[in-house]
Design a protein around this ligand. Structure first.
Ligand code: SF4
Length: 533
């Protein structure tokens, strides 16, 4: 085992906790030493849940190791059932408790508890958090849906389950709302969403649906494959993150459900990313080099959006999800980059340095690395910090998800002033000539960026006079002010409206201080030179 300060994933029992915390009426008895209760903070402090997760720790201490730790487990399990009255009891051990080999599953069996017990085998030193979550969900699905027979007659209306969203998942809470909306607009009924928000009784209803949407394969792939084998439920595997992927997702759901895609869904106008990304201020980002790293689902989706929808150049792509390394390798091949499969954040930082990106899309870890390297960064994947569990609605999936992605990747990178305006006025005294077009380009054009017709449009726009509100109000405001010759006034109007007021004030100050009246074109340029020094 490698000791590290930061990890992308915790041990597998944290994955089990995520599933327990996602569900209703499930309780988890975790055989763990005192210190392991730290994991509660992920839910209360990072995800900002109102309650502690539904976990009872046995919290044995060092002095207990010479005594009967199995008895401590049995007492904790009995007490938890009596106190919380769950519909299902998960039992397992943390990394440390695994070493004392108490076998929580076997011990729970001897207790004759009046609740279904689902034992978890968590090989803490070989597997990690997402595997732990997937395994826990699979064990629960098998335990509760396994007894159900395949429904004899399927209901007439097509129906589906949405599998995978969990507690601590990146924007999973809001993604469910978007995906349910998309699916229902196709006339498909949502039978169950799990694990997030589901009870064990809901899991028992999973086989009643026609098919499963695997929203987050890191968590739901194992269960969905088993459900396919067991009940013949088809799997929808397109992840609707981004405009193109949402379109593909709708088409795949419609195909599996045997329904037509309503025209209004295609033309709803709910998605604004495409229009924005073709707009002038956005296309200054064309060709920007972007490095992408995260879980497999979000990294692959982000690379597609970056390349196909925002015109970036993917210069690095990787994941810490070893179970899905193959998918990431395939995606990397599409962009002609070497895939990075690693759970060592220092390797990722080295890869970022080598790739020389202008933008990093990653996890909380890459946010830190990018900050050190003074690169702009947007977070696209777990693990994340507290600010990435926003109070507001902020999905990644569906049409609204595409809008959120555009806002969070592009807007903060534009530094307030639109890029094309910076280009137009970089020679103005407001902006010294050495200034780059933005902080993104490090003072030079983006690699691979060629001026195109849209750049020319920006230049044309620069020639078009804008309404001179400032001029209309300030000339006659004060008789002590120097007057302007009509030539100087005309010249002033060529200055863009949003800096014109300041140019007027500066010129008048300069003229007053130097006893110049009226203000001529020459005065205007002398003032500009004076303030530009
Ligand atoms: S030993 Fe395992 S459970 Fe305990 S703190 Fe370390 S990672 Fe967490």
């Amino acid at each position: 085992m490698e000791l590290t300060v930061w990890t992308y994933e915790g041990p597998p029992h944290v994955g089990a906790m995520r599933v327990a915390n996602s569900m209703r009426d499930v309780h988890f008895v975790l055989h763990a030493p005192q210190g392991d209760t730290y994991a509660d903070l992920l839910f209360t402090m990072i995800e900002r849940n109102k309650k502690r997760p539904p976990v009872t720790y046995t919290t044995f201490q060092a002095r207990d190791l010479s005594g009967d730790t199995a008895e401590i487990f049995k007492t904790a399990a009995r007490d938890a059932v009596a106190r919380f009255k769950p519909q299902a009891l998960l039992v397992g051990a943390s990394c440390t408790a695994e070493l004392i080999q108490d076998d929580p599953g076997g011990l729970a069996k001897t207790l004759g508890l009046n609740v279904p017990v689902v034992p978890l085998e968590m090989p803490s030193y070989q597997k990690k958090e997402n595997w732990g979550a997937a395994e826990t969900f699979y064990r629960l699905v098998r335990a509760f849906a396994g007894g159900a027979g395949k429904p004899e007659t399927a209901p007439e209306q097509a129906s589906c389950n949405i599998l995978g969203p969990t507690s601590l998942g990146f924007r999973n809470r809001d993604d469910i709302v978007e995906v349910v909306r998309l699916v229902e607009s196709l006339g498909v009924r949502v039978n169950t969403v799990a694990p997030l928000g589901a009870s064990p009784a809901d899991l028992a209803r999973i086989p009643q649906a026609h098919f499963n949407i695997v929203l987050y394969p890191e968590i739901a792939d194992t269960s969905a494959r088993w459900l396919k084998r067991q009940f013949g439920q088809e799997m929808v595997t397109t992840i609707p993150i981004g405009v193109g992927a949402t379109r593909d997702f709708v088409a795949e759901v419609a195909k599996v459900a045997g329904v037509e895609v309503p025209q209004e869904l295609l033309e709803s106008g709910a998605e604004r990313l495409s229009w924005y990304s073709a707009s002038i201020d956005s296309n200054y980002l064309t060709g920007k080099r972007v490095f992408v790293f995260g879980d497999a689902t979000h990294a692959i989706s982000a690379a597609r959006i970056a390349s196909e929808e925002l015109g970036f150049k993917v210069c690095g792509l990787g994941t810490y999800s070893r179970e899905f390394a193959r998918d990431v390798r395939e995606a990397a091949a599409k962009y002609g980059v070497e895939p990075l499969i690693s759970d060592n954040h220092l390797d990722v930082e080295d890869a970022i340095i080598a790739a020389q990106p202008e933008l990093v899309l990653g996890t909380q870890m890459e946010r830190h690395a990018a900050k050190r390297l003074r690169l702009p960064c947007a977070v696209i994947s777990s693990p994340v910090h507290v600010q990435d569990f926003p109070a507001r609605y902020s999905p990644q999936m569906g049409h609204e998800g595409a809008n959120v992605i555009f806002d969070s990747w592009v807007h903060p990178l534009m530094m307030g002033l639109e890029e094309h305006l910076l280009q137009m006025f970089r020679g103005d005294f407001e902006f010294h000539d050495d200034a780059g077009s933005s902080h993104l380009s490090h003072g030079g054009p983006a690699a691979g960026h060629q001026p195109d017709a849209r750049d020319e449009q920006a230049a044309v726009a620069a020639e078009t006079p804008a309404p001179d509100v400032a001029a209309a109000t300030s000339t006659a405001a004060n008789d002590d002010q120097p007057s302007w010759t009509s030539d100087a006034e005309r010249e002033l109007r060529k200055i863009p409206f949003f800096v014109r007021g300041k140019a007027r004030r500066n010129t008048e100050t300069y003229a007053t201080e130097n006893g110049l009246n009226p203000i001529t074109i020459e005065t205007l340029y002398d003032a500009k030179a004076h303030f530009g020094r």
